[in-house]
Write a protein that binds this ligand. Structure first.
Ligand code: PAP
Length: 331
């Protein structure tokens, strides 16, 4: 793999008839989406799809991914709850996999000029297509193909599980994920601010991006006991022991560090390159934007700490968040 996937060619290869079929497919998906249970979320519509709340506009992309993605054994998919550490892990996996061509201390490393979300793309966004044309990811010859997404385990296509595709999931303390998303939601929707207390109640009722949060995480935890191609990492442990976790990621992705590389300090260089302070301070992450210019990159780098939730949540809110999803023993 030489670097950022050459995705452009995946959008330009279809003839008129294929485009017409894609267009019909998206129309069908949108009709199904419009009939799904819905909820207002920062002024957007969330839809309950196969047991998980998703942004309504993304569901056709998830459906197209489920129905069309042809996984390869060499693929790697990073899938996480929003705000669990996606940006950081995109940077780390990308830096590890491409270190032969992009030395982590190089002044021209792609992560110094592109946000991690541009280096590793989310599958559900890719499969939203362009002008109703679905990308043909079979056109990608790179190996491995590194993708990401906010996709529940149970929604991964059968080919992902059958082919031996490697799956990486990062978990994070629920209160941290919640506060991170609440801050993010208000930053990107300054005209639709959501009150903290109301937001806690909505989250605790199970309604959040990819929620219920507890079901999303439980699926990955349960699957890890039988799926040896699934790696679970924790945001908190990554912060505490970055070197060990970078080595674990590399081993899992099939490109462990050689003794020579370790002696040369390449693991530390990757940790440094992908560190919160380093990425946050790059021009592209101060002034650039991602997701079709809809999100300022700076919003992906807020604090990067472990217990920031303690600065916002009252004891009552903490209780609501901690007990959410737990079945009452007497029921
Ligand atoms: P996404 O799902 O929208 O891509 P994601 O990257 O998962 O978001 O989460 C953002 C969180 O990761 C932010 O946490 P905070 O709000 O508690 O601060 C962000 O600061 C943190 N983050 C981003 N990059 C890094 C990094 N390199 N190291 C540690 N934390 C990071």
């Amino acid at each position: 793999m030489a670097g950022i996937l050459a995705l452009e060619k995946c959008f330009g290869s279809k003839n008129e008839q294929e485009k017409e079929e894609d267009s019909k497919m998206y129309k069908r998906y949108r009709e199904i989406v419009s009939s799904l249970p819905s909820n207002d979320y920062w002024g957007d519509t969330m839809r309950l799809y196969k047991g998980f709340w998703q942004m309504g506009y993304l569901v056709p992309g998830i459906m197209a991914f489920e129905d069309n993605f042809k996984a390869r054994e060499t693929d790697i998919i990073l899938t996480t709850l929003p705000k669990a550490g996606t940006t950081w892990t995109k940077a780390l996996t990308f830096a590890i996999l491409t270190r032969d061509v992009n030395h982590p201390s190089s002044p021209t490393h792609p992560l110094l000029f592109f946000n991690p979300h541009s280096c590793v793309q989310n599958l559900e966004y890719l499969y939203m297509g362009r002008e109703n044309t679905m990308p043909d990811l079979d056109m990608l010859n790179e190996s491995p193909r590194l993708f990401a997404g906010h996709i529940p385990y149970s929604l991964l296509p059968a080919s992902v599980l059958k082919s031996g595709t490697k799956i990486i999931n990062i978990s994070r303390n629920r209160k941290s994920t919640f506060v991170s998303f609440w801050k993010f939601g208000n930053l990107i929707n300054p005209d639709k601010l959501l009150d903290l207390e109301k937001s806690v109640d909505i989250f605790a009722s199970g309604i959040s991006f990819c929620g219920p949060e507890w079901n999303f995480q439980a699926e990955f935890t349960n699957a890890a006991s039988t799926n040896s191609n699934l790696l679970l990492l924790s945001y908190e442990e990554m912060l505490e022991k970055p070197v060990e976790n970078v080595k674990k990621l590399a081993e899992f992705m099939g490109c462990g560090f050689t003794d020579d590389e370790e002696k040369q300090g390449i693991v530390d260089e990757i940790v440094k390159l992908c560190s919160f302070d380093n990425l946050k301070n790059q021009q592209v992450n101060k002034n650039g934007s991602s997701y079709n210019s809809k999100i300022d990159n700076k919003h992906f780098f807020r604090k990067g700490e472990v217990r920031d939730w303690a600065n916002y949540l009252t004891p009552e809110m903490i209780k609501k968040l901690e007990t959410a999803g737990k079945i009452n023993e007497s029921e």
